[in-house]
Design a protein around this ligand. Structure first.
Ligand code: KIV
Length: 264
């Protein structure tokens, strides 16, 4: 059964953990979907892990839609969420609605956007037009310059209260779930206990309703930096370099191709 927004509410109510991963193209989305992951996020993290950029800020709507169509084509069960890139929703509610709608036209079932109380007008408008919104608070990578780097947010009582208020605000505005990124474990636990919508943590400890990771971090495909919260479940970059080096040696030595790989 394909995963839907109501199914995610059911999972929270039943105390079942929600799983979410990023994917950016057909083969990886297929692998994530076949593994039974609930939610696939076409994250603007593709700016760093696919495009090799230092931040997500340059990623465009066109690029996000291009990747979304590939992911949608490969996905049979997971809920596909399109990540709204920087400047696709900050200029006006109207532009935010139009761009969110383009994700749904590309086949996504929901959109994600960064920000708390400051984006609640847009979350409310999208919800009014039946465009499901996943909010994203805490360490919001599009705010890298304000934060002075990719740093844990919500440390200290005042910052924790502000985070709590943002979480309440996005729920009130109609978000169906909220990503908590780079947030102290205790604060994430408090938010999760208070909200009726699911919280999805990344660097927010084990007490959230679900977890998300960047797929290339989990698979060991991206090694420019590895955040503390990442657990590597494979080392595919090393495996790929080994395989490619073997191919190079065999071509150079004449071991590949053989008669078996030839036509007659
Ligand atoms: O862009 C992304 O991949 C994200 C997740 C890390 C939550 O926003």
């Amino acid at each position: 059964m394909p995963i839907t927004v109501p199914e995610l509410y059911r999972k929270k109510a039943a105390g079942e953990r929600i799983t979410m991963l990023t994917a950016y193209d057909f083969p990886f989305a297929q692998m994530v979907d076949e593994s039974g992951i609930d939610v696939i996020l076409v994250g603007d993290s593709l700016g760093t892990v696919v495009q090799g950029l230092p931040t997500t800020l340059p990623v465009s709507m066109e690029e996000m839609l291009y990747h979304t169509t590939m992911v949608v084509r490969a996905t049979k069960n997971a809920l596909v969420v399109g990540d709204m890139p920087f400047l696709s929703y900050q200029t006006s509610v109207e532009e935010g609605i139009r761009n969110a709608g383009l994700f749904l036209k590309a086949g996504a079932s929901a959109v994600k956007l960064e920000g708390g109380a400051s984006v609640c007008d847009l979350i409310a408008a999208l919800t009014r037009y039946d465009i499901p919104v996943m909010a994203h608070i805490g360490l919001t990578p599009q705010s890298v310059h304000r934060m002075g780097g990719f740093k844990v947010q919500g440390k200290g009582d005042a910052a924790a209260e502000k985070l709590m208020a943002d979480a309440r605000a996005v729920q009130e505005a109609g978000a169906f779930a909220v990503v908590l990124e780079g947030v102290p474990r205790d604060t994430a636990k408090r938010i999760t206990a208070e909200l009726s919508i699911p919280t999805i943590g990344i660097g927010a400890g084990p007490d959230c309703d679900g977890q998300v990771l960047v797929l290339y971090d989990l698979l060991g495909l991206f090694d420019r930096f590895v955040p503390k919260f990442v657990k590597r479940y494979a080392n595919l970059k090393a495996d790929a370099v080994k395989a490619i080096s073997k191919y190079k040696k065999e071509v150079e030595s004449g071991k590949f191709p053989t008669d078996k790989e030839s036509f007659h």
